[in-house]
Structures are given as C-alpha cells and as structure tokens.
Design a protein around this ligand. Sequence first.
Ligand code: G3H
Length: 257
Amino acid sequence: MRQHRQRIVAGNWKMHGSRSFVSEYVPALLGKLDTLDADTRVVLIPPSIYIGEVRAQVQNRATQQPRITWGAQNVSAEAEGAFTGEIAAEMARDQGCDYCIVGHSERRHLFAETDEVVAAKVEQIVAHGLTAIVCVGETLSQRQAGQAEQVVARQVEACLAKVPGNSWDKIVLAYEPVWAIGTGKTASAGDAQAIHASIRKVLENMQAPAQTIPLLYGGSVKPDNAEELFAQPDIDGGLVGGASLDAESFSAICRAC
Ligand SMILES: O=C[C@H](O)COP(=O)(O)O
C-alpha cells in the first residue's frame, strides 16, 4: 500500500516569464485547479524578481491557499552581506515563499555549484523555515556506465549532510536525471521508481524519516506521462520545467498527482 505523504507538483519557470505572463497565466492556472486532489500541493516557482507578483495573484484567490503556494529557484549559501546579485533565504521567506529549489543540475553545471555549496544552501533554507526541494540526478554517461544509483546516493548524502535532526520535515528531494531535463526524454516509470526506492534506502541509512520525505520526479514531465510516473509507489509528485509554463498542461499534470 502507498504510504501517506504530501503530494507536490512544483513548476520551475527557470528564466522565463514577464509581468504580463504572470498576470495572465496565474489566474488562468488557478481557474483550472478547482478540482485538484485535496492532498496535492502546487508550488509556483518563478524567477525571483516576479515572486511578489505571483504571490499577489495567488493571494487574490484566497480560497485555494495553502494548497497553491510559491517558492524561489535559488538562494545564497550566505545569510546576508556583500553578495551582489544574490538573494538570501530570509528574503525568500519575507516574500512568503514556502519552498526553495536547490542543487538543480543547471546550477551545478552552469554555475559550478558543488554538493558542499548545495549543503550550505539547504542549511540556510531550513534555518529560515522554508522547505528545500533538493535536486539530484545522474548524467547520461553516468547512467550508461551503470552508476546512476551510486551517483544519486552520493549526492543525497552530501547535500543533506547538514540537515538538523528536527528539520527533516523541511526536506523534499527531486530526482531529475540530467539527460531527461528539457530533452523530451523521460525516465521510464519503472526506472524512475527504482531510483526513488533507492533514495529511500539512503535516507533510512542516514536515520532520516525515509517514509515521510516526499520524493518528486523531474525531467520532461508532461500531461501524457504524469499519471504513470505519479502512480509509482515512491514517486510523490513532480518538478516540472517546460510544461509548467502552459496553464493547460501544468493543470493537467497537477490533476494527475
Ligand atoms: O526543474 C525542472 C526540471 O529541470 C525539468 O525540466 P523539464 O520539465 O523542462 O524537463
């Protein structure tokens, strides 16, 4: 039987959007989420400059809160200071964010973020009362070399190394195979489930509450594959990129959860 865990669909807009997009997209999306399963939480994650506008649009539909919420794509590993261009976890909290993505493969590969940096960011995020959506996942060559489980296990252990024992309820993991991100290639539901199950074992070995931490799948999630992925026993929802930018597609994915 499937464990009862929080189900989450998070839409990572990446570096897309505009003020006019927010004002059209958010009301259109919310209008399509009236029939959402009561256990499912939807997180809108725009570029940080638009968080305030997303927040205002969601708060206009007070009846859907707190099932519909918002978050940040990234925060600094530092608490505050002379770090031009960065935003602090406390600032994300100040904008009402409940969630923050950390360790996304684009940050790891394009901005050279290491597991140690990710761990420091996770520490900041949970210390400020936000929930970290911690991304892990293997590259294509690592998968082809049969190292997927091993790579993911190492990332999980390193990225969660500084989580205080009383903060595990502030952790969500997102398994995102790098080769599936934005490529239209999705891990098969069986392969994704196998990695998710292996992540729970890693969490158990870390003395974390492995059965209650939500595990999301990310990588070319679309309306036509979401249901099968979300039906897997250890997959509790999705981290959605491209398809989250279309209200019709994203709402269909949310309803599949
Ligand atoms: O954060 C989202 C992931 O990178 C997945 O992106 P995608 O759905 O465009 O493949």
